[in-house]
Design a protein around this ligand. Structure first.
Ligand code: UD1
Length: 418
C-alpha cells in the first residue's frame, strides 16, 4: 500500500467545537470481553481505528460475526468455536493480550502467542500470568506460544504494580470463575471503570472498579448488552494540547473532565484558561505559553504516560523550562529526536527530559515513532513555521479517528496525501 503522509502548514490558531471519539483503551478490552458473553453485543461510539478492526478480526476468527457502521459495532455471538488465536493476529496489536483471561475462562483450554515488545520498549506480562496461575491455570510457555488450561476459581490477588492490562485480564478471567476474586493494588484508570460497567451490563457482579480494590463475584453466564464506550481522554488531551500550543479557543464536547484533571492542571500552569462544565471542556490560549515546572507520569489519577509526548510538544515554544520524568515505560522518548530536528531544545538523561522553550520551530519531514509520539509531531507541526510532513501514519491511525478532519474543522491547514 502506498505510504500516506500528513502535510501541515503551521501558524494557524485553532477555534471551534469538537466531539470526542470513543476510547481506544476501553473499546479493546470490551471487545475481548465479548468472548465471555452468550448473546449479541452492540458497542456504540466505537471508534474507527485499525486496532479495533484487528480485534474484530480476532472475534471473527473465534466464531463471532462483526459488523461496523456509523460508529456502531454489532457483534453476533453464536458461541466461541475456536480456542486458539494465530500468531499473526496476536501480533497485529499489543492489546490482544486481553483475550488471554476471557478465552481461557470461556474454553478451559486455549493457545495464544505473546504479543511481543513494542515501540515503547519491552512489555512483560508476568503479572497477568502469575495471577492466572493463582486462579488455577496451568500455563506452558514455549518460543512465544502460550498454552493455558484449567478451570478458574476466585482468590485474593496482590499486584506489585497497578498494571492496567493485568487488572483488565484478571477481571475478565474472574467474571465467570467460581467464587470471589479480589484484586488488591488494582489499576484505577477510568477504562477499568468502563470495563466493569460493561461487564455489569452483561450480568457480572463487580464492585470497587476505579478504586485500588476490585471485587468480582463469579456468575454462571453473561448475556449481551448495548453499551456506549466512554470518550477517549487521551484524544481529548491531544486536541486540548494542540489548541494550547497553536493558540486559539476550543470547546471539547462529550468528554469527562474529571478523568482529565492531571492534564488540565498542567495546561492551566502553562497559562491557558480552562473551564469545565458537565461533559465539556473550554480552553483558551493566548501565546506565548509558560512552561509548567515538572511533569511526572504516574498511574491514574497521576499524569498519564499517554499524554507525556503531547505536553512535551506543547512545551517546545513555551517560556522557561519544564522537566519531564517518565516512570511507566523505559522507552517513551522516541519523539524527542524529531522535535529536536524541528528546532526544539530538549536534553535527555535516562527517565528525565528537560525542555527549554525556544522562539520557533521549523517545519520539516518527521515520522510517527509510535501512537502518541505521532500525535506529538502533529502538535509540533501546528506550531512550526512553514510545512511539516508527518510520515508513518499507521501508528497514528491506531488511535485517532480522522485526525486531519478534526483539526481542519478547528481551522488547521492539514491534508492527508497518499
Ligand atoms: C499502559 C498505561 C496505560 C496506557 C497504556 C497504553 C499505566 C499504569 N498504564 O497500560 O495508562 O493507556 O499503557 O500506552 O500508565 N508491567 C510488568 N509486568 C506485567 C505488566 C506490566 O512489568 O505483567 C510493567 C510494564 O512494563 C510497564 C508498567 O508495568 O512498565 C505498566 O504497565 P501496564 O499498566 O500493564 O501497561 P498497559 O496495560 O499497556
Amino acid at each position: 500500500m502506498a505510504e500516506s503522509k500528513l502535510v501541515i502548514e503551521g501558524g494557524h490558531p485553532l477555534q471551534g467545537e469538537i466531539r470526542i471519539q470513543g476510547a481506544k483503551n476501553s473499546v479493546l478490552p470490551l471487545l475481548s470481553a465479548v468472548v465471555l458473553c452468550d448473546e449479541d453485543v452492540v458497542l456504540e461510539r466505537c471508534p474507527a481505528l485499525s486496532d479495533v478492526y484487528a480485534a474484530s478480526r480476532i472475534l471473527t476468527h473465534l466464531g463471532c460475526r462483526c459488523s461496523f457502521r456509523d460508529g456502531k459495532m454489532e457483534i453476533r455471538n453464536g458461541g466461541i468455536s475456536r480456542s486458539e488465536i494465530p500468531e499473526a493476529m496476536m501480533h497485529e496489536m499489543r492489546s490482544s493480550i486481553t483475550f488471554l483471561g476471557p478465552l481461557l475462562s470461556r474454553t478451559g483450554s486455549c493457545t495464544l502467542y505473546l504479543p511481543g515488545g513494542c515501540e515503547l520498549g519491552p512489555r512483560p506480562i508476568d503479572m497477568h500470568l502469575h495471577a492466572l496461575r493463582q486462579m488455577g491455570a496451568e500455563i506452558h510457555e514455549t518460543h512465544g506460544m502460550l498454552r493455558l488450561q484449567g478451570r478458574l476459581r476466585g482468590t485474593d490477588l496482590y499486584l506489585p504494580f497497578p498494571s492496567v492490562g493485568a487488572t483488565e485480564n484478571i477481571m475478565l478471567a474472574a467474571v465467570l470463575a467460581q467464587g470471589q476474586t479480589r484484586i488488591h493494588n488494582a489499576a484505577r484508570e477510568p477504562e477499568i471503570r468502563d470495563l466493569a460497567e460493561f461487564l455489569a451490563a452483561c450480568g457480572a457482579k463487580i464492585s470497587g472498579a476505579g478504586t485500588d480494590t476490585v471485587i468480582i463475584d463469579g456468575v454462571e453466564r453473561l448475556h449481551g448488552c448495548v453499551y456506549r464506550v466512554m470518550p477517549d481522554r487521551i484524544v481529548a488531551a491531544t486536541y486540548l494540547s494542540a489548541a494550547a500550543a497553536a493558540g486559539g479557543s476550543v470547546c471539547i464536547q462529550d468528554c469527562c473532565p474529571e478523568d482529565l484533571t492531571a492534564v488540565t492542571e498542567v495546561l492551566r500552569q502553562m497559562g491557558c484558561r480552562v473551564y469545565c462544565h458537565e461533559s465539556r471542556i473550554y480552553l483558551q490560549s493566548s501565546l506565548p505559553l509558560h512552561a509548567a515546572p515538572y511533569i511526572r507520569t504516574m498511574p491514574h489519577p497521576g499524569f498519564p504516560t499517554d499524554a507525556q509526548a503531547l505536553l512535551m510538544a506543547a512545551h517546545c515554544k513555551a517560556r522557561g523550562s519544564c522537566m519531564f520524568e517518565e516512570t511507566i515505560f523505559d522507552s517513551r522518548y522516541r519523539h524527542v529526536d524529531d522535535l529536536i530536528r524541528m528546532g526544539a531544545d530538549i536534553r535527555l538523561s535516562g527517565r528525565a527530559a528537560v525542555v527549554h522553550g525556544v522562539q520557533k520551530l521549523s517545519g520539516t519531514t518527521v515520522h510517527a515513532t509510535d501512537l502518541r509520539g505521532g500525535a506529538a509531531m502533529l502538535i509540533a507541526g501546528l506550531t512550526a513555521d512553514g510545512i511539516t510532513e508527518l510520515t508513518e501514519l499507521s501508528h497514528l491511525d491506531r488511535g485517532y479517528e480522522d485526525p486531519e478532519g478534526v483539526l481542519r474543522s478547528l481551522g488547521a491547514k492539514i491534508e492527508r496525501i497518499t
